[in-house]
Ligand binder design. Sequence first.
Ligand code: FE2
Length: 278
Amino acid sequence: MLTDAQKQQYQRDGYIVLPDFKSAAEIAALRARAAQIVNEFDPKGAGIFSTVEQEKTTDDYFLRSDNTIRCFFEEEAFGPGGELKQDKSLSINKIGHAMHDLDPVFRTFSADARLVAVARDLGLNDAQVWQSMYIFKQPGIGGEVRWHQDATYFDTDPVSVTTFWFALEDATLENGCMWAEPGGHRGPMRERFLRTGDDVRMEKLSDMPWPDDSTAVPLECKAGSLVCFHGLLPHYSAPNRSAFSRHAYTLHVTDAATEYSPLNWIQRDASFPVRGFL
Ligand code: FE2
C-alpha cells in the first residue's frame, strides 16, 4: 500500500499524509450520520446539564462514553446563563468513542481493507481499534487542543498506538488544522492517563518540554486525506476562529502483539472484545 519512500518518511517524521484516501461519497455518508446522531442527542435526557455535582456528572458522562456513543459540547458553546449560544448542531465538540463498533455507518467507513494494509506498512501486524472520535472543530468556537501525545491515552508495551486521522473537510491554518513536531516521536512519553475504576489522573513521566511552536509544522490537508501518526508524535491544534468547521474522524489503533495497559481508560472484555479494522 505504501511506497518505501512513504514508509521512510513515516519513520523519519512520525507521520504521513495520504491525499484522496476517502471519496466524497464516503465522507458525505459519515457526515450525514454524525449530523443525525447530534440531531437525536438530548442533552437534558443525558443528564449533562445537571447543576449538582457538575464535576462528578461530567466525569461520569465521559467515563461511560468509553464503549458507547456520546456527544460532547464545545467548552465555548454556552452563554453566561448556561444557554447554548448557537444551534445544537454547531455546539458539539465531538462524538465518541465506539462508533466504529456500534454504528453501522461508522463501521462501514472504518472497516476499510486498505487500512489493514496501511497499518501493516506502519508496523501494526495485528491491528486493534480501540477508539473512534468524530471531531467537529466548530466555526468560531472550536476549542484548542494543547500539545499532547496520543500514547498518553493508549499505553502499550512497547509503544504501538497509531492514529488514523481522516480529514472530512479541508483542514487549514484558518480553521484550526493540526500542528506536529516532525521527528518528535523519537522523544519520550511525557505523561500517561490512568484509570482505576472511576478515578482518572494524569501521571507525569518525563520533564522533556513540549516542542517550541517555532519548530512545529501545520498539517494542512484536503478533505479525503488520511493522516497517520505515531503515538509519541507531539501534536496540537489551535482554536478555530474562522467561519468554517473542520470535521475530522479518528481511529486509535494498537498492535495485538504488544501489552495493552490495564490502566488505560478504555478497556474491553469478552462481552465486547476489541477488534481489527474488518
Ligand atoms: Fe491527539
